[in-house]
Design a binder for this molecule. Structure first.
Ligand SMILES: NC(=O)c1ccc[n+]([C@@H]2O[C@H](COP(=O)([O-])OP(=O)(O)OC[C@H]3O[C@@H](n4cnc5c(N)ncnc54)[C@H](OP(=O)(O)O)[C@@H]3O)[C@@H](O)[C@H]2O)c1
Length: 301
């Protein structure tokens, strides 16, 4: 078994040269870990990876990565992890890790049967390019699933590259992962649909995205600095029922497909607005009644 305290002696290999693989490998290299081998579906991807990670070489098969590594990160798409794990020959006491937030350790069962330690290390982050990906790693929360050795090793590795750590059991994975999807992917969807509304008052969606994404950035800062409920802002937390009514009527008139989303978000947000302490119980019920009266008037196209 490799010595977890002697990090520059540990040989790390990657299968899957995509955005997360490259971002993680760059972060590990920066923290003096040795990323030695890469194998990806396409040679071109492997070569890009190896060019970016000093000391890393392209190898020819899953088995070659495994044979040359103490730790193997499988950073393929989620759907390929299990197939890769099943097609590879693993060694006893080697560590095999995937980075999927939705998959449990079940997908690495074949490696476990062959005697390897198994774990997952999921960065709760939206990676769109490796250049930004590696910059975003410090401060990112990494969710770890694994038993004793895998868990403690992955914890020190995540801390080494500047991450924060939480631990999950298999049964927590779905709930955990959907929080990321709602905050990442679905927030982007919301941004796309409200940016499209900018066309209705004469600006293109890019102008809207540019303006609104700066606001999202500040919302993130407010959430971290003020916490909930203090960071919850807007007409709901102020109890501005006149403004709320204008929104509801405006959406019904101009973009009825967004009205159900607006109403659901408003109803979900009301308890936090109330918790903030500026709303009376009476005002809360008045707003809820108003929103409910509009809720079913909109329709998805
Ligand atoms: N993107 C995110 O925001 C994010 C965040 C957290 C975790 N993750 C997780 O990180 C993992 C990788 O995601 P990603 O965004 O980096 O995906 P990605 O950019 O699509 O990269 C996946 C890479 O895996 C390679 N690959 C796919 N199937 C393969 C196979 N059977 N054998 C060998 N290589 C294979 C592809 O190779 P070729 O280029 O060679 O075809 C591709 O480069 C996933 O488990 C994902 O859930 C992603």
């Amino acid at each position: 078994m490799f010595d977890p305290n002697n990090k520059n002696q540990i040989r790390i290999g990657f299968i899957g040269a995509g955005i997360v693989g490259i971002s993680l490998a760059l972060a590990l290299r920066k923290s003096d870990y040795n990323v030695r081998s890469i194998f990806s579906r396409r040679k071109k991807s492997s070569e890009t990876f190896a060019r970016l990670i000093s000391g890393c070489h392209v190898v020819e098969s899953y088995d070659e990565v495994s044979a040359k590594s103490d730790i193997v990160f499988i950073t393929t798409s989620d759907d390929s992890i299990q197939a890769v794990a099943s097609k590879t020959n693993w060694r006893s006491k080697q560590l095999v890790v995937h980075c999927s937030g939705a998959s449990t350790l079940d997908v690495l069962e074949e490696a476990r049967i062959q005697g390897a330690y198994v774990g997952s290390l999921h960065p709760l982050q939206a990676f769109a390019s490796f250049e930004d990906g590696v910059l975003s790693i410090p401060g990112t929360t990494f969710a770890i699933e694994g038993k004793e050795f895998a868990r403690s090793f992955l914890e020190s590795l995540a801390l080494d590259i500047g991450g924060e750590v939480i631990y999950l059991n298999s049964e927590d994975k779905v709930l955990y992962h959907l929080t990321g999807v709602m905050m990442g992917g679905m927030l982007s969807t919301l941004a796309a649909s409200v940016s499209d509304l900018w066309r209705l008052f004469g600006y293109d969606r890019e102008k809207g995205v540019n303006a609104l994404s700066k606001m999202i950035h500040q919302v993130g800062i407010n959430l971290r600095q003020l916490g909930i409920p203090d960071a919850v802002a807007g007409p709901y937390s102020r109890g501005d029922i006149g403004t709320i009514e204008k929104h509801l009527s405006g959406l019904l008139d101009k973009a009825p497909e967004l009205l159900p989303v607006y109403c659901e978000m408003a109803l979900i947000g009301l308890p936090y607005a109330f918790e903030k302490g500026n709303l009376s119980e009476e005002k809360l019920q008045e707003i809820r009644g108003l929103v409910l009266s509009f809720k079913n008037k909109g329709e998805f196209k």
